[in-house]
Design a protein around this ligand. Sequence first.
Ligand SMILES: Cc1cc2nc3c(=O)[nH]c(=O)nc-3n(C[C@H](O)[C@H](O)[C@H](O)COP(=O)(O)OP(=O)(O)OC[C@H]3O[C@@H](n4cnc5c(N)ncnc54)[C@H](O)[C@@H]3O)c2cc1C
Length: 275
Amino acid sequence: MKPPSFDLVIAETARDVTACLKEHGTDAKIIAGGQSLMAMLNMRLVKPKVLIDISRVADLDYIRRDGDFVEIGATVIQAQLEDWPELHSALPIVAKAMPHIGHFQTRNRGTVCGSICHADPSSELPLLLATLGGEVVLTGQRGKRVLKADEFQTGMLSTACGEGEFVTAVRFPAAKAGQGFAFDEVARRHGDFAVVSLAAVATGQDVRLGVGGVADRPTVLELNSEQGSDLDDKLNAFAWALGASDDIHASARYRRELVRRLGKKLVNEARDAAS
Ligand SMILES: Cc1cc2nc3c(=O)[nH]c(=O)nc-3n(C[C@H](O)[C@H](O)[C@H](O)COP(=O)(O)OP(=O)(O)OC[C@H]3O[C@@H](n4cnc5c(N)ncnc54)[C@H](O)[C@@H]3O)c2cc1C
């Protein structure tokens, strides 16, 4: 199918974007890399009257260290982050997950922030942001506000981005000495959306285990020093609490089993990697 007709505004600055959002309100939609939005338009799942293309907004094209965070501006494409020389030392878990995000062609167009704004429950970047406890920076007419990842994604394809606001950056906590990281996912083919994806961050025996692809948003379990059957029991309760359902890709039962088994593997891997 073809998209419905729309006007296209090519923004040059973040200020242009907020002015355009103010003028057009809910009739306007941001387009960044178009890797998800074009499909939504073609299927006529969204019908904005105005598209605001932010891909040429130069002031949002940055990756920088800011204290304990790595801040990534809204026009940074996924391939830019993949090629960032500090990625493996600053965000080792993102480096591990990057090859699983679609294909190199989609990573050459899709932005980091666009993936987080699209808020697909199976997407890797929202899962990583939630597991690491990252932040989203929103900018509107009244200035900036910063939300925690779990405040930003409110459900499947839904976020707390308000009318007149857009995301100008996301902030991933940088790796600290002694932390251990693990990531894995199961997909039907490499590059497909994950059936279940998991990420784990260990600080000593304390672990944050994030799961994507099961609930309507990435969900994080905090573990302390649970081992053996205590760990099995926690993972089993977590797997049930996610409310998995059957679909054409996998049964709910299979998804729960992946959360239990892959979850245990990742918890142990992350603890082993933490020194
Ligand atoms: C074949 C294929 C396979 C894929 N496989 C995967 C996969 O395995 N894993 C995965 O995670 N993704 C996958 N994707 C999606 C891909 O990663 C997209 O790049 C990403 O989801 C959206 O990024 P984008 O920059 O293209 O955003 P767009 O498509 O331009 O926008 C997506 C949504 O976010 C909004 N938006 C974008 N930027 C902002 C902003 N700064 N502020 C507010 N709202 C904004 C848009 O209005 C739109 O609603 C795949 C895509 C394709 C085509």
